[in-house]
Design a binder for this molecule. Sequence first.
Ligand code: SF4
Ligand code: SF4
Length: 403
Amino acid sequence: MQSFEQLGQQARALAGGSTGKVIPIVPAQQLSAAEGEVARVMQICNACRYCEGFCAVFPAMTRRLEFGKADVNYLANLCHNCGACLHACQYAPPHAFGINIPKAMAEVRGQTYADYAWPPALGKLYQRNGLTLSLALVAALTLFLVLAALREGGLEALWGAKLGGDFYNLFPHNLLVGMFAPVFLFVVFALFMGVRRFWKDVKPATSGVDVSGAAATEATGDVLRLKYLDGGHGDGCHNEDDAYTLKRRRYHHLTFYGFMLCFAATAVATVYHYVFGWEAPYDLPSLPKILGGVGGLSLMLGTAGLWHLNRTRHPLHGDAKQKPMDLGFIALLFLVAASGLALWLGRATPALALLLCLHLGAVMALFITLPYGKFAHGVFRTAALLRFNTEKRQPNPVGLGAD
Ligand code: SF4
Ligand code: SF4
């Protein structure tokens, strides 16, 4: 229990939001400045509750009276940065309370990716994994492959009809598997370890109950539909102004399902190769080609749209410091899709080897940066939605006017 004096201090601290002096509420010694700001705004929102129907954050908030580190990390990863609560808020800047939830949540989200990264030493890459680094990595890996090809077969291997439309003549299948399989396995392991650490912290703060089948099904539906990018009313969220738009949701869907189709194309090709002995290259109307073609186009459209939305976003949405990380990931996805389609269209031209080096360089750069870049937001948000759909099935521990 807190004394009246402590409660009075907290009330003064809450009202002091615009002074730039953040006074963390509970428990002060454990919260960073960004986490303290989320705790502060949540205390105010918990008294106001105007935005209750917008997304999962507000119903989750009403189950709490205090916001510790695990609560704040959980809520930050539940937030989809749709901007609705900023545009609706009567206490948003320039009001003295200075409530900007999308920004406060985004800052903590970025911090959780770094804090929970595995191995921990690589968590710092989140701050550096910007657009320049991503593109430099593509260039370096492409150059490395070009030099390897030159060393193997001279200029003729790099520019000419010597490959006969079959890129395995330049980089044999087993060599490619040997290059990409270990990196892929490392990526899966690193992401698993990171989200496992997050889960261990957040589970006790979200009822501690294991995920049921019903909760998992509902969370999967929330993820696949991107439910919380609908603004709570189905008209969408905000981008550069007060108008609702469904563009962010649609471009995210094009990107996500495009990526999944490309992944499915690779998986089907692997089955063709190892199970049926049908070796690449495959052409239309084979399943890998159809999946890869449709997936690549979808990925290009989705990432081009997300790039545009990111560049025109309202300056008060999110954390501007994370923009290079966001743009780096979008650019890598676009490059992977565009170079893959160019490789297909240019397979009969003398540029095949160069296009192959560019595509492999882009794919490798994407893989290497996956656990330490924007991709992590999908993994951590899915974990948060699983906890949300589990927690909401339990009795409300507060029981004061919750949904
Ligand atoms: S964001 Fe503003 S309007 Fe919405 S619940 Fe919080 S204080 Fe109220
Ligand atoms: S920005 Fe959107 S998703 Fe995040 S808390 Fe506000 S309304 Fe919810």
